[in-house]
Design a protein. Sequence first.
Length: 328
Amino acid sequence: MADVAQLAGVSSQTVSRVSNGFPGVNEETRSQVLAAMKELGYRPNSAARALKRGEFRTIGVITFSLSSTGNVRTLEGIATAAAQEGYAVTLLPVAVPTQDEVRGAFSRLGELAVDAVIVIMEVHLLDAVRLQLPPHVKVVVVDSDAGDRYTVVDTDQAGGARAAVQYLLGLGHRTVRHLAGPEESYAAERRTAAWRAVLTESGCEVPQPVRGDWSAESGYRAGLVLAEQADCTAVFAANDQMALGLLRALHERGRRVPEDVSVIGFDDIPESGSFLPPLTTVHQDFAEVGRLCVEGALSQVRESGTARGTTLVETRLVVRGSTAAPAG
């Protein structure tokens, strides 16, 4: 900064004001300072700025998995929303959901100097190992029911599942089979519970769910089982990838979709409209989830406090060609 000031013929304070975009510097002086910066290759030291302000303009994100569509698209939404606010994102995957691993992740993020932390993890994992997030850390939790302890942002899992099952029953199906996600998943359990509740309230038979692991391959294996059940006319799959595998299995076993079996997924991934047939599914607004996560984190940063409670992002049913009234 002293070198820039000497070359431009101004004080270091003037260089600082130009560097930080403060008003009150005439245009001729500002142009001289900017020209000197360019000639000397000067760039403001962001670390020094952060220490002076006590703010790093960085949000940390902890996640247990980057293999699921939901986590990846939520992370994309967080990164986009953070960038719009002028914040960077530091990602820290945690391989094993233990107290020590999560405590270590928070310690590493502290060393990397972040202003707040967004945690993408399942409350089942939290409860299973009795995880406690460090106190006095500004935290937003995604996809959990820990709203009494932290700020939580989630998709309306139950509402989306209810809409899917009610739609199939409204078409005339006597019951709906369920291709569920993994038991340890909070989102999967919410969707399963809503499926079961709608069938019970409607006086329908509640079949045993067939469980997958979110992958298309697991949907295919489950589909081979469901295809052998002659009375299976409708299936609600807990995500679109498993629905894709299900469609393949039904096709291989000669069960037509939607003439013989109707299929609904969950997520509305970009490719779902290109499935054969195009998939009826529940749309999740991952961009809005990401935006609300960043908003919740920054509100804690700016207000220097913590907040608790859950914000749900609405879903909507997207009807395409994979659903129809049952034959006959």
